[in-house]
Design a protein around this ligand. Structure first.
Ligand code: BGC
Length: 368
């Protein structure tokens, strides 16, 4: 039977955290702190899971159903997404695989998708390395009766995927840009951006959002460096930027590892604090950097929920059919074609890092 309360484990963890905080030597948490919901808890996403679970009701055996979640390239950013994927599969009782390419090549991702079709999977959720390059594989899956959605990074307009589930990347880029404008204040200055996959919609949209946030302000994006999720290239890019643009005032790390790598270079060159640093995502080093004040802000995404909702949505599409599933999800869908499930974004700063860490602990994860 499907249960509507997949959060019991997380709630138990919250209670454990609360209990362990009851050190008699320390002043206890104030009543308000206990009653206040954590500002980072995405209740709308929990509601979407509940709506799907309710629509599914008592389903017959799900054990024969296989769902594939396919990320772009290996990195620890995906760990919470893997956990969400596994927990949703466990709640439903189906099987879910989590894959990513080791080389960041679109052709490798196409191969993974085609393999899933041959292995009788019911549905695929994919974060497209190349917005256009992935389409033939999506078409192949769809014509073999698999349901396909995109997550984290969408396919190009006109894709046969049913909907996109993830951050609205343009808005997230804009939020990063606005934060940088605020941090640089009256003096403004030059900013460099460091991003991963040059062919992925998420990187392109974030950079566009950032540029639009700088338009008409005293802040200039001097260059965007891509590294295709190669950490060595990412490091060299930061070193080159610092030597090419001696008067750089700010750095935006567009993918999860870009902020931590930039921070590492700044540390090595004794430049921490002399430039403003805005990261994407809450990698363990970004969390530590925010707590120490060496990272000024981070734009958080919700990869745990992208994994969780990918599996729930694709299972519902198999069990109830795509149309009924889209009907259930309608309140959460937006965008011109009503095919974007916005999982939301968070702006995390040194002032709010403790709340954010509490939220992660409530899910039993240590990064996002
Ligand atoms: C992006 C992912 C990417 C990851 C790399 C995230 O910001 O959304 O597409 O794989 O960074 O660590």
């Amino acid at each position: 039977m499907l249960r509507t309360s997949p959060f019991i484990a997380a709630l138990m963890l919250t209670s454990l955290v609360a209990c362990s905080g009851e050190d008699p030597a320390q002043p206890g948490p104030k009543k308000d702190d206990i009653d206040e919901p954590n500002p980072f808890a995405p209740t709308d996403l929990e509601d979407a899971v509940d709506a799907l679970a309710t629509a599914l009701g008592d389903q017959t055996d799900a054990s024969g159903v296989k769902i594939a979640v396919v990320a772009n390239r290996h990195s620890n950013y995906w760990t919470p997404a893997q956990i969400g994927t596994g927990r949703a599969a466990s709640s439903i009782g189906c099987f879910a695989s989590f894959d990513a390419t080791s080389d960041g090549e679109s052709a490798s991702q196409v191969e993974i998708l085609n393999r899933k079709v041959g292995e009788d999977f019911a549905g695929i959720s994919v974060s497209a390395i190349s917005a256009s390059g992935i389409e033939p594989a999506i078409g192949n899956a769809a014509s073999n009766a698999l349901n396909v959605i995109t997550f984290d990074s969408d396919a190009a307009a006109g894709s046969q995927r049913a909907f996109y589930l993830g951050t609205v990347n343009y808005d997230a880029g804009k939020a990063a840009g606005e934060k940088m404008v605020e941090l640089l204040g009256a003096s403004g200055g030059k900013v460099a951006a460091f991003a991963g996959l040059s062919t992925a919609a998420n990187a392109q949209e974030r950079v566009q959002g950032m540029k639009d946030a700088f338009a008409g302000k005293n802040v200039e994006l001097v260059q965007t460096y891509f590294d295709e999720i190669d950490f060595d290239v990412a490091r060299t890019n930061v070193e080159s930027a610092l030597s090419q643009h001696g008067d750089l005032a700010g750095i935006v790390g567009v993918y999860a590892y870009n902020g931590p790598i930039a921070l590492g270079v700044l540390e090595a060159q004794g430049k921490v604090g002399s430039l403003r640093l805005v990261a994407f995502d809450l990698d363990p080093s970004t969390l530590d950097g925010l707590a120490a004040g060496t990272v000024d802000a981070a734009i958080g995404q919700r990869p745990y929920w992208m994994g969780y909702l990918s599996v729930y949505s694709l299972y519902a599409m198999k069990a109830l059919g795509p149309e009924q599933t889209m009907d259930v999800l309608k309140p959460w869908l937006s965008g011109q074609n009503g095919d974007v499930f916005n999982t939301g974004q968070d702006v995390v700063t040194p002032d709010t890092i403790d709340h954010y860490r509490d939220y992660l602990a409530s899910l039993g994860i240590s990064s996002s």
